[in-house]
Design a protein around this ligand. Sequence first.
Ligand code: TRP
Length: 349
Amino acid sequence: MNEKNMVVLTGDRPTGKLHLGHFVGSIQNRLKLQEEAEKAFYMIADVQALTDNADNPEKVRNNVLEVALDNLACGLDPTKTTFFIQSEVPEIAELTVFFMNLVTVARLEQNPTIKTEMKEKGFVMKGEEGEVETGTKVRNVPAGFLCYPISQAADILTFKATTVPVGADQLPVLEQGNEIADKFNAYYGEVFSKIKSIVSEHSRVVGIDGNAKMSKSLGNAIYLSDSKQEIEQKVMQMYTDPDHVHVEDPGKVEGNVVFAYLDIFDPDKEEVAALKEQYKQGGLGDVAIKKRLIEVLEAVIAPIRERREDIAKDPKKVMEILKNGTEKARQTAQQTLKEVRAAMKIDYF
Ligand code: TRP
């Protein structure tokens, strides 16, 4: 594809501040792609956030500003990327309803992203026939949550986006998005083109506890807004090698969270390789490598944190960016839905 007609779209659920996992998994790619794309959109996915937070609208509302601040602080530029709020573009909801007919319930239940997230959230979908949740965990998954891959396909295709930077955990959702686009085209004519997902080389940052995933709910995240003290505390808690008791003991590098982070964030790869050797042989203490990591992370986070504090002084201005972007996004959305309705033969008047 010619870069000139690349349309980029990406988004975050407003359920909490963003952390290093988001930064490495997707934000860095957003920054790069906004320079190359013909058009770029950044969506705050409040409708998607509500699929598992229906009872907590305040949380979703409050985090709209937080995720906008995180992205602005990282350098997503509203003159290059159109920022908008999902719920304020009703055309997305409309397209979601049309797409619902193109997906089976069985296919949704088999989506690996949905399966993993259901486990994390305590949702269960299989149960005895006729059993409905009554305070038990039987078939308690909200229909909206099960269907979020459909609405995510609509998020993307409403804007005819071609290129979507995401974390690796989202790949099955995008694959399903492409199936939906194919089916739509087969039934109603060529309206949508293929969605290309862009996943970063370091697609996953482990949690500070060594858990495979950094996440707010697991309480193992380092946030883009963390103070130096918070970074220090978190790095000091990091899991290393439980058998590396004395400085002179040989230590393990595999599974060692400190080295996993140095691999991703330390710009001096040669020095990291030398440190690994020394650690394996013995004679390098955990405190020494942790001190190095604190400085490395502070160098990444400090400029983001400072810009964030600065932008946060004027929340009205951020809301203005979202409002203007949403108006612009709606124009594109209306255009696409017109085409969709014509293709589906539901353009009556
Ligand atoms: N599901 C994504 C996440 O949890 C957020 C999201 C919603 C998204 N709609 C999107 C990402 C469209 C890319 C494109 O991170």
